[in-house]
Design a protein around this ligand. Sequence first.
Ligand code: GLN
Length: 553
Amino acid sequence: MPKYIFVTGGVVSSVGKGIATAAIGRILKSRGLSVSIQKLDPYLNVDPGTMSPYQHGEVFVTDDGSETDLDLGHYERFLDANLTSASSVTSGQIYETVLGKERRGDYLGGTIQPIPHVTNEIKERIRAVGSETNADVVLVEVGGTVGDIEGQPFLEAIRQMRKEEGRNGTMSIHVTLLPYLGASGELKTKPTQHSVRELRSMGIQPDVIICRSDRPVADELKAKISLFCDVEREGVIPLLTMPSIYEVPLVLEEANLGDYVIEHLQLKAAKRDMDDWRQLVTALQHPAREVTVAVVGKYVELHDAYISVRESLIHAGVHHNTNVSIRWVQSERLEHGDVTPLKGVDGIVVPGGFGERGFEGKLQAAHVARTQRIPYLGLCLGLQVMVVEAARNLLHHEDANSSEFAPETSHPVISLLSEQEDVTQKGATMRLGAYPCELVPGTRAHAAYGVAEVNERHRHRYEFNNAYRDALAEVGIVPSGLSPDGQLVEICEVAGHPFMVATQFHPEFRSRPLRPHPLFRDFVGATIEGKAGEGDAKAVTADVSGAVASGSS
Ligand code: GLN
């Protein structure tokens, strides 16, 4: 029987509840326990797939193709496990299911109410993770903040589960913030007290309070929180803001949270062993060198939109004992041929994206990378950018484009499968989730992976147009990964370039702190060689001028 740990948040949002949840998962995993994690999001969207990055940050994609909250990325990275759609639940999904059942007559004429119909559906989803994964512990994070109207059914479902699963079957962890008041020079506990009162008014007494703060929390303060919130002293755990999120499991374990949870839930666990994680943190803290990588995208002012890309670069950096400093470059700034924002970078990443804004700027970035021999990693749209740039400048198809941005182009080098004649698969829906990819021997991609076939996660509609495959290969844009039937170009690269590799999938969803993704690893490796003047990769020099054909759109 799995045990359940419910994590709620109080005081304000964005206190790092997702990271704390992921870190607790890591701690328990390090004790030899099997762990799964689920996120309950109270908003009414069915999934975040259609939400703007401004609203929601990155959309994380699981192997089974669900578009989920970015916290699932943290869970996967900290747990080093592949989660499924069961780990991401929204109010929208719950109501959709309940209303579907009502229309089908499943409720036999009953009156449908938040309690018990909605709460039963929530409990079923929570228990489904337990039975699907057979985990010893299921961590359930409730999105939002205690007191939000839309979060109430989730809290009520948790209250019921705490009763149903028995005294040692569940645990409640509340993550709050201790704000610092400059005027009086102290951390304040009152908002935490209020938040706990709110939680208790829903019938949930926390067993642990994780107090986020920017300053050290004195023992008297811990005692005060313990007294006022009725939580044992050992259950009050301060969590200071850390330079790296990967330090959080060590901090929580240092505070004996693992022992406390294991004792409370009466789990049989192994001795603590976080040596591998400690090595990771040490490597992060003491890099031997630094490289600068430009991430050229549309939402760069909002780093959450590219969170998995950023983390993948960090993981690859750790592997090479190198700090990868990211320069976020707004692609529109490169649009008119002025590429000074790229000056001095050792590598360029063009991440995924939808919509035309900034596309021409991304072409400039790819042009600079190709002609100046700067290491380049293209992710999804980043592949399409690389192909369009090559078609314009090497095949001299001046209006080459993706049919996403220029439906009338005479050279749709990237297009929907339904627009491509000799492809049998029809239907232009989004390709989502893991698909197999066979690597072409002798390519950089094959050398990086070191295996014949991989599975990688997709989230896109448009594809490399096979009508241009031969012509592009002749000018050095070679396919290095193909779908097993050979019909889809999944990876391509620039022959003879120090490292210019692009994928139609999103490798960033599969990188893990202790197991960097092979393509990110070799990309960062190439930037290091280029900076050291060892390989033939270079850094962008001051006098580069963009010369990419302007295209029709
Ligand atoms: N907009 C492109 C497509 O749909 C790329 C998508 C992406 O980068 N995720 O094919």
